[in-house]
Design a protein around this ligand. Structure first.
Ligand SMILES: [Zn+2]
Length: 217
């Protein structure tokens, strides 16, 4: 039914396929990629009766569809988030930390840095939901997906922060970063930019001039 009556350009079910694909431009599973196809939340190989059920069809980017494959959850904790039913934006759960490694010889120009994204489920949540988000985060390799976005962002940001620093030093830089983090909480608060900017604001090294080394490196 799905392959012969819905997916092809001339198929009678194609308008429904298109409507689902066009629900939103960005992939709801990673928040980064552009939607390019429709995925079966529960794989049609195992659940053929859900092959054309609209609630089982989710717009996704190519990368998320590729890594998910036909995974079948064996428990509730192994269910990835369903964008139609799982509202996980009431609380903050995506965080990041900015890590630096200073060389033993004290050469400040060769500091290594890294931004690490991770899930920090709120205490008020059912542990099962926290486990699901961690599973979702791992299945779609979201730490790596977000880390891949960071370098370009920090390049541009570094040069902009020089002006802020010249005006009011470290504390102005920190305040600016927190301001951007807050602005980025829309439309959803658990996005990599908010986590990144908060992590940068928490780093004394970054706020007091490290931003120039990061941008140059
Ligand atoms: Zn995606």
């Amino acid at each position: 039914m799905y392959n012969r009556r819905m997916r092809g350009l001339e198929h009678p079910g194609r308008p429904i396929y298109e409507r689902i694909k066009n629900l939103q431009p960005k992939c709801p599973l990673c928040g980064i990629g552009r939607v390019r196809q429709v995925d079966h939340h529960l794989p049609k190989s195992r659940y053929p009766y859900l092959a054309v059920a609209p609630v089982n069809l989710v717009p996704v980017c190519g990368d998320c569809n590729f890594v998910k494959l036909d995974q079948i959850p064996a428990s509730k904790e192994e269910q990835t988030l369903h964008p139609y039913f799982d509202n996980v934006e009431d609380e903050r759960w995506l965080r990041a930390e900015f890590l630096i490694h200073k060389p033993d010889n004290g050469d400040a120009g060769t500091v290594d840095w890294q931004v690490r994204f991770f899930v920090d489920p709120p205490d008020v949540w059912d542990p099962q939901l926290g486990a699901r988000i961690i599973h979702h985060f791992n299945v779609f390799h979201l730490a790596e997906v977000y880390e891949a976005q960071v370098a370009d962002e920090l390049d541009t940001l570094g040069f902009m922060l020089e002006t802020v620093f010249d005006g009011g030093g470290c504390e102005d830089v920190r305040a600016h970063l927190l301001d951007v983090a807050h602005q980025r909480t829309r439309p959803r608060q658990n996005n990599w930019m908010t986590a990144l900017y908060e992590a940068l604001a928490a780093s004394d090294w970054y706020c007091s001039g490290g931003f120039t080394l990061v941008a140059a490196g």
